[in-house]
Ligand binder design. Structure first.
Ligand code: UGA
Length: 454
């Protein structure tokens, strides 16, 4: 583990390198904490003073299991601090990670790169000594080359600086584990010097066996979006097959188990249901569509368009099932919605299929009551007009139909007999295919799932 004195190696590398992390959202906050856990001195930088104050006080501004404890430990160790002062942070650092967001732009499918450009400009301008700038944000292919031009224009003369790409593959809900024990470490566009610096930064995971892939900048950028595009394709594939299963009287869950035994296919990401959402998969496939179109790679555009359409169609399918359970109209009917987050173990409701379905039913005149164990506040901030319950029981009270939209354990373990006594009509749409349907039917419920015959 590195100690806190910085020395230099024979190739003038500072060792251990001091680290800055620009952007302290999901990716950046987790990365900063992970780097401090690996023994480095780390400064987290953000332009949002509220975020910085919260983190500096040991408060994680989002729900991520395990992160608050590690944040507290890292702060107590003295290895991690947070600031809004980018100039001093950059002056005191050797390796600068760009972890800012690249949301879908408001006017189209392209990624909004303004935050990445601003962070790169800020780092380059404030450099006082040699440095490596490491992009981790998910960007369209070709972005890093443009950022190199910004660095060349903005960096002070005489400073040796290199911009490389090192995409991040963490999953929300498992962010700490994924950051400390990555499946692979991709280093794009590195010189021998930058590779040596990053091999030192990731010495812990590398020693544990994380494979390192050294490649050029465009490949590194594309690895990330392609990984997400493949995961999205896998989900939409199984959801398309789920439609066939429903029509043919087959069971998509058993089918997924059976094909998943083939190691070439694998069982993960073959859970049919309401489909994917969140801050990554939807925006990344759209950004890929946009960029592939610009590059003239139209087959990828067509494929991603289909993946997106199948995915969005699952939401309509669940709305149709809810409407059917209400005898053809949801107007003035009571609907209990279990789940608002885009998946369990997060409070993230960005492009959440669950919240999207709840809101659509509300707009059709249903009285929708939502309960989510963690995402109540974020959901309320996004859709204040829905009503929010504080328990499963409260959400289902008097309901004409109950929709299970996010597969939190608490819902899967709920007592169907107890809930049956609370509802108006015991109709359940299990949009994630995770409950034990036989037990619920025994307790008096009618149960519909996607990918199984009615
Ligand atoms: C995803 C990728 O899994 C990460 O590797 C990547 O680093 C991250 O995006 C990112 O780009 O930052 P995440 O958005 O946290 O991670 O969520 P996933 O666990 O991938 O789930 C995405 C969605 O797919 C969820 O809505 C989930 O409910 C849905 N899903 C997942 C299914 O519908 N079926 C499945 O079988 C699996």
């Amino acid at each position: 583990m590195p100690d806190s004195t910085v020395e230099t190696t024979t190739d003038d590398r500072p060792t251990p390198p001091r680290i800055t992390v620009l952007g302290t959202g999901y990716l950046g906050a987790t990365h900063a904490v992970a780097m401090a856990q690996l023994g480095f001195d780390v400064v987290g930088v953000d332009t949002d003073p509220a975020k910085i104050t919260a983190l500096a006080n040991g408060k994680v501004p989002f729900y991520e299991p395990g992160l608050p404890e590690l944040l507290e430990q890292s702060l107590a160790s003295g290895r991690l601090r947070f600031t809004t002062d980018v100039a001093s942070a950059v002056a005191d650092g050797d390796v600068h990670f760009i972890c800012v967001g690249t949301p879908q732009s408001k006017s189209g499918h392209a990624a909004n790169l303004s935050y990445v450009e601003a962070a790169t400009t800020a780092i380059a301008r404030h450099l006082t000594h040699d440095a490596v700038i490491v992009g981790k944000s998910t960007v369209p292919v070709g972005t890093a080359a443009r950022l190199r031009e910004i660095v060349a224009q903005q960096a002070p003369a005489g400073v040796r600086v290199e911009l490389v790409w090192n995409p991040e593959f963490l999953r929300e809900g498992k962010a700490v584990h994924d950051t400390l024990h990555p499946d692979r470490i991709v280093l794009g566009g590195v010189s021998a010097y930058a590779e040596a610096v990053l091999r030192e930064v990731y010495a812990g995971p590398i020693a544990e066996g994380s494979p390192v892939v050294v490649t050029d900048l465009p490949t590194a950028e594309l690895v990330k979006v392609s990984a997400n595009a493949f995961l999205a394709t896998k989900i939409s594939f199984i959801n398309a097959i789920a439609g066939v299963c429903e029509a043919a009287g087959a069971d998509v869950t058993v089918l997924a188990d059976a094909i998943g035994h083939d190691k070439r296919i694998g069982r993960q990401f073959l859970d049919a249901g309401l489909g994917f959402g969140g801050g990554c998969l939807p925006k990344d496939i759209r950004a890929l569509m946009h960029r592939a179109g610009e590059l003239g790679a139209h087959r990828a555009v067509g494929l991603m368009q289909q993946v997106d359409e199948i995915n969005m169609g699952q939401r309509d399918h669940v709305i149709a099932m809810a409407t059917e359970a209400c005898d053809g109209s949801v107007l003035n009917r009571r609907i209990g919605v279990l789940g608002a987050a885009f998946k369990p173990h997060t409070d993230d409701v960005r492009d959440s299929p669950a919240l999207n379905v709840a809101a659509a039913l509300h707009l059709r005149g249903a009285q929708v009551t939502v309960f989510d164990p963690q995402a109540g506040d974020t959901a309320r901030a996004t859709f204040p007009t829905l009503s929010y319950a504080t328990s499963t029981q409260e959400a289902v009270e008097g309901a004409d139909v109950v929709l299970l939209l996010t597969e939190w354990d608490e819902f899967l373990q709920a007592d169907p007999a107890q809930l049956a006594a609370l509802v108006g009509s015991a109709h359940l749409v299990d949009a994630r295919g995770k409950i034990d349907a036989a037990t619920w039917r025994d307790a008096g419920w009618s149960v519909r799932t996607l990918g199984r015959a009615a």
